[in-house]
Design a protein around this ligand. Sequence first.
Ligand SMILES: NC(=O)c1ccc[n+]([C@@H]2O[C@H](COP(=O)([O-])OP(=O)(O)OC[C@H]3O[C@@H](n4cnc5c(N)ncnc54)[C@H](OP(=O)(O)O)[C@@H]3O)[C@@H](O)[C@H]2O)c1
Length: 413
Amino acid sequence: MSAFRVGLLGHGTVGSAFAELLRARADAVHAATGRRPELAGVLTRSEGNFEEVLEGSDAIVELMGGLEPARDYVLRGLRSGRHVVTANKQLLSQHGEELWEEARSAGVQLRFEAAVAGVVPVVRILQEALAAAHVDRIHGIVNGTTNFILTEMARTGAGYEEALAQAQRLGYAEADPSEDVDGRDAAAKMAILARLAFGTPVHIDQVRYEGIEQIKPDDLEYARELNLGLKLVGTAERVDGGLSVHVHPAFLYPGHPLASVAGPYNAVTVESEAITEITMSGPGAGGPQTASAVLGDLVSTMQEPPEASALPPDTLERTQPLEIVADVESAFYLHLEVADRPGVLGQVAQILGLQDVSVKSVIQKGLGESARLVMVVHPVLESKFFAACELIAGLDFMRARPRAIRVIEEEFV
Ligand SMILES: NC(=O)c1ccc[n+]([C@@H]2O[C@H](COP(=O)([O-])OP(=O)(O)OC[C@H]3O[C@@H](n4cnc5c(N)ncnc54)[C@H](OP(=O)(O)O)[C@@H]3O)[C@@H](O)[C@H]2O)c1
């Protein structure tokens, strides 16, 4: 059979690794699909012309990143009847509905495995193996940079800045790491995962997110005493008939499958009554790793007839969008620096009690004139917990603002 011509948009970290992998694996792809892939054209800022690349291609691989002109090129690729493969999470988390609709009406595939958790095949699992599962919850470590930084802080006792510098030296963090460390990158990925798992449109603006810049080494030190590990966790879960999607630093007990995910790795846990839980993990970034996921998608577009539609499930829920719920229940770790004098614990407990916050465990440490109270509280509506924190912050014995971090209570072993 004939050659399969690939038009490549972007030739940076992932694009150049993809071009190399395509050459190296062309024989294997030929054997699997009956068509031999070849690079028909490349577009960068300084090379190539989009119309010519499109004209000469059977499929488009978008590895430029950013919103425009990526959105325009992907739309034009789909409209012209080309399958499109992309790794662009920001694009899908903001314009996914428009792009999926275009793919649907053009009858072509839009594949995006590499946009979430790198080489971990979570998109494929949600779209295919779990397409009929009623997913209740997804937890994900979907940003390798922050997982590396938190792992380093826990392992060495280093502060955030020092661990970030180490991540940059080793190539796990970019020179400008803001989208990773402030949680926005993970929020984009969780928007896409929620879209797939719950069949309802989710825009990144509907995802509440927080990063790891505020984490202090002593949070990790106390966590160790409480037998907890700290991760930046994305959560998408059904709540009261609606959906909550958020990204926050969170403590995990050792029996949670994400607790042992260390370094720059990614992992996603899918929970459903029928399947209990499934966890997938692997490298979340890197040129060759991401390129491998992109090539896997390309191979799928070359299968005749296509194995799956590669579009989000067209369910009833899609036409009746789930309401996005902002105020959900969560357990918390609460860290208080207080004056060391009688009655402090009693007053804190009273305020917590008035907001229905009940305490699970407490560590108290004297530090000369002041003391540290570190506690874990049972799940409570976040609005009530933060109202209690505001009241506590106003007490005259407080030496610093209260610090709060969510705790994920589930354990599976
Ligand atoms: N890096 C990873 O590990 C990783 C992991 C998962 C997903 N991704 C996603 O993969 C995509 C590519 O990431 P990357 O790290 O490979 O980026 P990168 O190294 O910055 O490369 C981007 C490439 O796109 C080209 N480009 C950018 N804007 C363009 C424009 N307006 N017109 C034409 N060409 C343009 C650049 O051209 P010039 O060479 O001329 O600048 C460059 O070749 C992004 O969506 C990213 O989120 C990356």
